[in-house]
Design a protein around this ligand. Structure first.
Ligand code: GLN
Length: 475
């Protein structure tokens, strides 16, 4: 039996004393065991989750429990949690134990959320299929011969397969929204800087955001309102006010919605995704909303800009993994230089090495201006174009992905084909604006389709309210 689809159901059962936190944790532990072959969890904190549950049950008795009492959460293997291992799904961080806890996770714990374990992902968040993980691939529970998406594949499947109530992922170019679309759950990337990055193992620092997977918009909104806000450990985290998003879900306005012509005309777009996206746009029109086709001439520049800038940032961020300070050190070195070289050659996977090399190239003295500086300029153009659109319209609606979940191995020999999977998600990442993926039906094979809604920076309240309304239209 599937229970606990939403946190509201959990809270009701707790209030009526039909269940307690220990039984909820046990329910998820059983699911994790029976679905272990999905390989979503890398590590389950069984004992600490159960003892935490007992403590919270006690607090509930005393009427002293926090807002998230009964919420059981899984965390992506790129988020540090003190006293626990974090590997970024990489051999180079083998046996690395976190020295401190990610601010966002600490804020959840402070409200009595239970952290159930660590979730599989692509190495350092680099990938779109979860095939680049030192912990092995994650299976999509809707069809186990297909990928769950990436890089937060484990986080998506954990929610899809009812292994926890909600989960944390990270989204640099789509790693929350794309796997959410592939698994039929809700995945949200807030505005860049809305949630502190303290504790997140960096991939591309000017893009990285912590994001949330859940089965309902309300649970997603609730987790954001608890994690968001300034953090003195991350000077880039925003000081803008945080709203009680989960209580602002009522939507009774007439929205102005833009859809991007080039995305729906893209030859890469699977016909069923196009049809379902157009169907929802029609429904919105018939409900009296203004829906307009607009041009987005920069579509072809999105992926080159994203991949030049993120690989540049990654080559710099990943230089710290040298065998001296963290994790893996080669046993085969014969001097200092070979220790560095062999540690990195043996410790990083192929995709990460490809990106470090590409990033080092675009930052090199002779090519810096031709690639890195130019890409920064194009980023500015994309950001301005997107923000201007979002000043004229309340929302942009586009598909989350060009295709539904593909088969294992389908793109793994062809990095460019894999990068094309990110075609529709990188716009929000390059621009830093918030975006969400909600389920929008299925294709002929029964694989979930995602619908993406994008909003202007710091308008998460508006984004959640509209998505909540849209989820009723899509179901
Ligand atoms: N698939 C994209 C990439 O490989 C996005 C990854 C992410 O958002 N972490 O870069």
């Amino acid at each position: 039996m599937e229970k606990f689809i939403s946190f509201d159901e959990i809270k009701k059962s707790l209030e009526k004393k039909e269940t307690d936190c220990r039984s909820i944790v046990q329910y998820y532990l059983t699911n994790i065991q029976t679905k272990a072959h999905l390989n979503a969890f890398v590590e389950v904190y069984e004992q600490s989750a159960l003892s935490q549950a007992d403590l919270i049950d006690q607090k509930l008795e005393e009427g002293k429990a926090g807002k998230l009492a009964g919420m059981v959460i899984g965390i992506k293997d790129v988020l540090c949690y003190e006293g626990h291992e974090s590997n970024a799904s990489s051999k180079i961080l083998e046996n690395f134990e976190s020295q401190f806890t990610t601010t966002a996770i600490q804020r959840l714990i402070d409200e009595d959320a239970i952290i159930l374990g660590r979730l599989n992902c692509d190495e350092f968040g680099m990938g779109s299929s979860n095939e680049n993980s030192a912990h092995g691939k994650v299976l999509n529970a809707a069809d186990e011969s297909r990928v769950p998406g990436g890089s937060s594949g484990g986080s998506a499947v954990a929610v899809q397969a009812n292994l926890c109530t909600a989960s944390l992922g990270t989204d640099t170019g789509g790693s929350v929204r794309q796997p959410a679309a592939f698994t039929g759950v809700i995945g949200m990337k807030p505005t860049y800087s809305r949630i502190s990055r303290w504790g997140l193992i960096a991939y591309a620092s000017s893009f990285d955001t912590i994001g949330i997977f859940s089965k309902t918009v309300k649970d997603n909104a609730l987790l954001l309102e608890i994690m968001a806000g300034h953090d003195e450990n991350d000077s880039t985290s925003s000081r803008k006010p945080v709203f009680p998003y989960s209580q602002l879900l009522h939507f009774d306005k007439k929205a102005k919605v833009a859809f991007l012509k080039e995305t729906l005309e893209s030859p890469a777009l699977q016909p069923e995704i196009k049809a379902n996206t157009l169907a929802i746009l029609e429904k919105l029109k018939s409900e009296g909303h203004e829906v307009k086709e607009v041009e987005f001439p920069l579509l072809d520049y999105l992926l080159p800009t994203y991949y030049i800038l993120t690989t540049a940032e990654a080559s710099s961020n990943l230089s710290r993994f040298d065998g001296v300070k963290y994790g893996y050190r080669t046993p085969n070195a014969h001097n200092l230089e070979s220790m560095y070289k062999l540690t990195r050659s043996e410790g990083f996977g192929d995709e990460v090495k490809r990106r470090i090399m590409l990033g080092t190239f675009v930052l090199s003295a002779s090519y810096h201006d031709a690639y890195f500086t130019k890409a920064q300029k194009v980023r500015r153009l994309i950001k301005e174009y997107t923000e201007n659109l979002l000043n004229d319209f309340d929302y942009i609606i586009i598909p989350t992905t060009p295709s539904t979940a593909f088969k294992f191995g389908e793109h793994s020999g062809d990095p460019v084909a894999m990068y094309l999977e990110d075609l529709f998600t990188v716009q929000a990442s390059v621009s830093g604006v918030p975006a969400i993926s909600i389920p929008n039906g299925k294709d002929a094979q029964g694989m979930p389709i995602g619908l993406q809604v994008i909003c202007n920076s710091f308008k998460e309240a508006e984004l959640f309210a509209f998505s909540n309304y849209l989820s009723e239209l899509t179901s």
